[in-house]
Design a binder for this molecule. Structure first.
Ligand SMILES: [Zn+2]
Length: 237
């Protein structure tokens, strides 16, 4: 038993994050069955848009893992999920990202500063670090949030899109850093694309129009109600 497994069992009672059952063979987050399910799922990927790669669908297993990554102080899950994805396994997603361009810089969607203080880390940065490590790319803290936005949860889908459109900007003096590389905006969940589109918009207004997007999860907005719920669970503030 590794040290990480010991402490995982100590704090979480050897409970698998996927199925919630006790298991002595956690790795340290998933039991062998859930890990196998994740690896199988990770062999495919999704492209809701030609410029957007999402590594997993939103299903029960991935929902639990992303929730733990964001809210249970488990930053290592970012790397773990990338490692078990098509990118980590050397599959078609890796090939797709390679075909986008040789020199890549991964840009995590920035968290609101209050959320960052509360959480202690930005989950998008953990994902970006893992992608950059796998692809010999760089990570750039090139995006920043504009100061004031209206709360998303009270707005319609169209209003949310307009509200978030100007939510980000490229940091000063980062334009040259980005101009020589392909920027790939990184986030945990892609639903409507409003957040990552706002990042691409910020890049384009800084003279960098060729940005792409990579997220861990794609969650299909199947109805206005589900879209609202999904967006409310995402990092809007
Ligand atoms: Zn399990």
């Amino acid at each position: 038993m590794s040290v990480s497994q010991y402490f995982s069992g100590f704090f979480f009672g050897n409970i698998c994050l996927g199925c919630g059952r006790s298991n002595e063979k956690l790795d340290p987050w998933l039991c062998p069955n859930c890990r196998e399910e994740l690896c199988c799922m990770g062999r495919d990927f999704l492209m809701p848009h030609p410029d957007v790669v999402c590594l997993y669908p939103m299903v029960s297993l991935t929902r639990h893992l992303v929730h733990a990554l964001k809210y249970n102080s488990m930053p290592g899950l970012g790397r773990y999920l990338v490692q078990h994805s098509s990118v980590g396994q050397g599959g078609e997603a890796l090939q797709c990202l390679r075909e986008w361009g040789a020199s890549k810089v991964f840009l995590p969607v920035p968290l609101h500063s209050a959320r960052l203080r509360e959480r202690g880390y930005n989950q998008a940065e953990k994902i970006a670090n893992a992608l950059a490590l796998r692809m010999s790319g760089r990570v750039g803290a090139c995006l920043e949030r504009q100061t004031f936005r209206i709360s998303q949860t009270t707005l319609s889908a169209k209003e949310r899109e307009m509200n978030v459109a100007g939510a980000f900007r490229v940091r000063k003096k980062m334009g040259n850093f980005l101009s020589s590389s392909l920027p790939i905006v990184v986030d945990d969940v892609y639903t409507t694309g409003a957040t990552t589109n706002a990042c691409l918009y910020a890049l384009s207004t800084a003279g960098i129009p060729n940005g792409k997007v990579c997220t861990l999860i794609y969650e299909q907005p199947t109805s206005a109600a589900l879209d609202y719920v999904a967006d409310s669970q995402t990092e809007w503030n």
